[in-house]
Design a protein around this ligand. Structure first.
Ligand code: NAP
Length: 460
């Protein structure tokens, strides 16, 4: 069954959802297309009323939205509430700024006059992951609805209650039917939707494997796509970093969402003079996390999102060790019901170890010691991924110089990663292409139309 809520805390099946029939899918596409015909002509102010109302509802019913996140994918309840609040901020941000971001742009020319107008593409398909079940949807829906597009979303199979809650949110906020549609559909149906002439663009957030399939399908059909894929972000510690604060951020960067973030700190690269001290403190802090019910405020270590995610990660760790890595901490499931894994540290990962190139999506840290900052940059860049990364140092100017040498879409100095409505988010290399959030996020699926006026007598 593709769309099923299973609580990873105890393995219990909570709810199962039927997939749409082809006929139901066709009706949904038709509703979306006819909604676009009117939604595109609604004023920015009119759209903003709906989007801001959705933000207000999320804030008002924060616990109601947070609960299914924790139940379906095991996020600690406090972090689930944080995600709801952040999603509401994203909705408000686009409600308040979309008109300014998409205002016609006047070009200064040598002769004649020209303007660039932004107009919506039409119906868009978003394919989204489970790790931030609302935040990912908000990043896609808010800018596009404000731009005049309408959106259809195929959410991950393991978070159907969240998918359903987010769809109902839009109706509660007064959006017309078809403005936001949740699609519980098969991969084959996704292929059909991408090819459908009513669909004008595709945004995927997910794994590289899914990225290859979805981008190929979009390409075959000459549709624009954006890809927000995985990462293996470097967390670089220079010899002058504030050790205690850096270790606190290292734990946060590794363990937020139980390590299941595209921009989680995944490779810890520490300069020799601090390496032993850092490792000792980091190991102690990770070992102190207490597994428990993610619904309890006091729990510091939740389960992974599912049993299959746990098995995949344990297998990656075993293969890393079989290929020469040294296990410093953890490496096993926790002896209790649910998809719990001990926080894990691996070191001695050589470039010929498959682990060197893989994304570890969970509480597994890869530790590297290096002699100097040049080696740190070289190692950080020796990756197929190019999403984020961070540098810890008391010398901010030095941090900025190193940041410019790192081949990723985002680098953070003195904190591991960050996201906010006004910060662009996106990667390069196998981490994908295109941006979400900030002004950049609203320009992805709009037609930048040139309108030039010349004197009819200006014959060349
Ligand atoms: P995933 O397995 O690729 O799934 C992502 C979405 O794509 C799900 O809705 C999934 O549906 C769907 N999907 C996968 N293969 C498909 C196919 N062949 N045809 C149609 N739909 C397909 O990734 P995940 O495990 O959910 O998420 C984790 C990955 O996402 C990690 O690599 C993480 O780094 C990345 N991520 C990136 C960002 C970013 O902004 N760069 C943010 C968050 C996560 P089903 O669930 O039904 O399989």
């Amino acid at each position: 069954m593709t769309y099923q809520s299973v609580n990873p805390y105890d393995g219990k099946i909570l709810q199962t959802f039927e997939e749409l029939s082809d006929q139901e899918l066709e009706s949904a596409l038709e509703r979306a297309a006819s909604c676009f015909a009117t939604w595109r002509h609604k004023s920015f102010a009119g759209r903003a009323i709906v989007v801001a109302r959705a933000a207000a509802i999320m804030r008002l019913r924060i616990d109601e939205f947070a609960r299914p996140v924790t139940l379906e994918m095991g996020k600690l309840i406090d972090q689930a509430r944080g995600e709801v609040a952040l999603s509401a901020d994203i909705l408000d941000y686009y409600a308040q700024n979309a008109e300014r971001f998409l205002a016609p742009q006047h070009l200064t020319l040598n002769c004649g006059q020209a303007d660039i107008e932004s107009s919506p593409f039409g119906v868009l398909l978003g394919i989204e992951p489970w790790n931030f079940p609302y935040y990912q949807l908000a990043r896609f829906a808010a800018p596009n609805l404000m731009a005049g597009n309408v959106v259809m979303v195929k959410h991950a199979g393991c978070v159907p209650q969240c998918a359903d809650a987010f769809e109902r949110l839009w109706l509660d906020a007064g959006a017309p039917e078809g403005a936001y549609t949740n699609l519980m559909i098969s991969y084959d149906q996704v292929n059909g939707v991408i090819a459908d002439p009513r669909i004008k663009g595709v945004a995927l957030t997910g794994s590289c494997d899914a990225g290859r399939v979805i981008a190929a399908r979009a390409g075959q059909n000459l549709k624009k796509s954006t890809l927000e894929l995985g990462g293996s972000d470097a967390f670089i510690v220079l010899e002058d970093a504030d050790l205690d604060k850096t270790v606190e951020w290292a734990v946060w960067g590794k363990m937020n969402n139980t390590g299941q973030c595209c921009v989680a700190a995944k490779r810890f690269i520490v300069l020799e003079p601090l390496a032993d001290h850092f490792l000792e403190k980091f190991q102690t802090a990770l070992a102190a996390l207490e597994p428990g019910d993610p619904m309890e405020e006091t729990t510091t270590l939740g389960p992974l999102s599912s049993e299959s995610a746990l098995i995949k990660l344990l297998d990656q760790v075993s293969r890393a060790i079989a290929n020469g890595a040294t296990l410093i901490l953890g490496g096993q499931r926790i002896n209790r019901p649910g998809a719990f894994m001990l926080p894990t540290i691996l070191t001695d990962i050589e470039p010929n170890n498959p682990a060197f190139r893989e994304e570890f999506f969970g509480p597994v840290a890869l530790f590297f010691r290096v002699k100097n900052e040049d080696e740190a940059v070289m190692l950080a860049n020796h990756s197929d991924f190019g999403l984020g990364g961070s540098i810890f140092t008391k010398d901010v100017a030095r941090g900025q110089r190193l940041a410019s040498r790192i081949d990723t879409g985002m680098v953070f100095i003195n904190h591991p990663t960050w996201t906010a409505p006004d910060l662009p988010f996106g990667g390069i290399k196998n981490s994908g292409y295109g941006h979400e959030l900030s002004a950049s996020g609203i320009h992805e699926f709009v037609n930048k139309k040139l309108i030039r006026v010349a004197l009819i007598s200006d014959l060349a």
